[in-house]
Design a protein around this ligand. Structure first.
Ligand code: ZN
Length: 533
């Protein structure tokens, strides 16, 4: 998920799930503590309101006529307020208190104990933030976004500077509601990656950066790959059909999902039986639709794999932004940009585009989709340089939050980091500090680390899968993706939000977050492609 769709993704919110089938709402509560049944009943109601919001948001980005936007904004605000009120109701707090002995009588891994534990974590975060702050924060976020929409094309950082200064202030105030943190960014990171700290991210990013900067330097010292074959005219309908064929092969279930077009691709979950993805099409570049489709299908596979009994509760979605990105990137890159996958799928792609690709050899195509170059734009970056873009943003966020960098000096600091890390300087702020919407939606901190954590985790999880099932790479070459998907469903997807990122990593890999598998993968793959010796 990139752009605006990535910031408020329904998939990362425990509130955004629903189950409409009333007959199934009480599943899993038979014989349980009646207070547990009452808690669950209330949570399902909150989830239903969240799912209704998600449907309205999906409609807004896919089919709604422009005239609907005013009313839609109000409708979403109403539902958001109702969900927040119901979730922060004192009755939920009392139920959580009363359920402590019941929770302690259960295995911590059980659905029931996990639901109580994770709901308590969400509840305690939600009630610490005063309603007056939430209202001011939301209003500011909307105003700041509008200012950015006008300022970016005008290349006018000064127009958004006062908004960003207030955003920094509100972000620090928000962190202040959670005293006891080790770093001021910790509460912000915890919102999207529970259990992950700034110190941990800094440790693993520094490690990764030490390997990536020289790797990028070595690659970009070589001849740039020729991607002309991808920049021909590719009709939309055939692109759509090729993408759908690829993700059906991945195992994305169209009986429980669908794909539509939107300006910014994203994934949204309404229920276990309804996980939707969107994509976009550029008829002059084959990469845009294809890889957005593979990426969102990865998010979709994760959501479709969450165990059905967790549906419509705070447990019924992916664990965190980092773990979610690990799956979108694993399917998009580790599978979707691998020589093995294209050994199988390239003839199929050629059959969709005989005129464009019929005489282009697999090797040329494979090199083109893995072209590495120093570039200014994060969302267009390749697998190798992408992480440098993220680390620049993460480092600047920490500098701002720690007070070592003033908002007015941000454009120069941004350009300086691009010079030192990527060896290029943005010609203007439009493609510099103004390029990403994230900071302009009303929050600084916690919004970027998930992308690179995702690449790191994706490499760790893929290695763990292959260590247990060494046949997976050969299966991918035969177009058989079922063992990989089943392994991921079993080890990761089915748990939903029951486990935190550190718990999942420990459970799957037997150790902590480590950048070494990603470094090894990138060094081997791109060393071969660019003949780095
Ligand atoms: Zn994504």
């Amino acid at each position: 998920m990139d752009g605006r769709g990535s910031i408020a993704p329904a998939v990362s919110s425990g509130l955004m799930t629903a189950k409409n089938d009333a007959r199934q709402v009480d599943d899993g509560t038979g014989g349980a503590d009646p207070k547990y049944a009452e808690l669950r009943r209330r949570l399902v109601e909150v989830s239903d309101i969240g799912a209704a919001s998600a449907v309205l948001s999906w409609d807004q980005t896919t089919y709604m006529p422009p005239g609907g936007s005013g009313a839609r904004g109000r409708q979403l605000a109403t539902l958001g307020r109702l969900a927040h009120e119901r979730f922060t109701d004192d009755a939920i707090g009392h139920l959580l208190d009363d359920l402590r002995p019941y929770e302690e009588s259960l295995s911590p891994q059980s659905d029931e104990a996990s639901l109580i534990r994770v709901t308590r974590r969400d509840y305690e975060k939600a009630v610490r933030v005063p309603a007056s702050f939430v209202a001011e924060d939301r209003a500011h976020g909307a105003a700041s976004y509008d200012a950015w929409v006008a300022a970016r094309p005008a290349n006018d950082f000064r127009a958004v500077q006062p908004f960003l200064e207030k955003t920094l202030d509100l972000s620090l105030q928000y962190a202040g509601f959670f005293p006891g943190y080790a770093h001021v960014a910790d509460p912000l990171i915890d919102d999207s990656d529970p259990g992950v700290t700034a110190a941990e991210v800094r440790r693993v990013f520094d490690e990764l950066r030490g390997h990536l900067v020289p790797l990028v330097r070595a690659i970009t010292g070589q001849l740039v790959a020729d991607d002309a074959c991808l920049r021909q005219h590719y009709p939309e309908q055939a692109q759509w059909a090729a993408g759908v064929e690829a993700i059906r092969l991945f195992g994305y279930d169209f009986e429980r999902g669908r794909q539509d077009k939107s300006a910014h691709p994203y994934t949204t979950r309404f229920a276990h039986g309804d996980v939707r993805i969107t994509t976009r099409v550029n008829e002059h570049d084959l990469r845009e639709c294809l890889f957005a489709t593979l990426h969102e299908a990865g998010h979709g596979l994760y959501e479709q794999g969450v165990a059905p009994p967790l549906d419509a509760t705070p447990l019924g979605s992916g664990a965190s932004s980092g773990v979610h990105e690990s799956q979108s990137r694993l399917w998009e890159n580790r599978v979707g940009r691998s020589r093995g996958f294209w050994t199988f799928f390239y003839p199929r792609l050629q059959s969709h585009f005989p005129a464009q690709l019929g005489s282009v050899p697999l090797d040329t195509f494979y090199r083109a989709i893995n072209k590495v170059e120093r570039s200014l734009i994060r969302v267009e970056a390749d697998e190798v340089t992408y992480n440098l873009h993220i680390m620049i943003r993460f480092g600047l966020e920490l500098d701002l939050l720690e007070g070592g960098l003033a908002v007015k000096d941000l454009p120069e600091a941004w350009n300086e980091r691009y010079r030192s890390d990527l060896g290029i300087t943005p010609p203007d702020d439009r493609d510099g500090v103004l390029q990403d919407v994230h900071w302009y939606t009303g929050r600084i901190g916690g919004l970027f680390q998930g992308y690179t954590l995702g690449n790191i985790l994706g490499a760790q999880f893929f290695d763990a899968a292959v260590a247990e099932q060494p046949d997976i790479p050969a299966q991918i070459e035969r177009g058989e993706l079922n063992s990989l998907l089943t392994w991921l469903q079993e080890r990761l997807y089915r748990h939903g939000r029951k486990l935190t990122t550190p718990e999942l990593v420990e459970g799957i890999t037997g150790g902590p977050l480590r950048s070494e598998p990603l470094v090894r993968y990138l060094t081997r793959k791109y060393g071969e492609l660019y003949e780095l010796g």
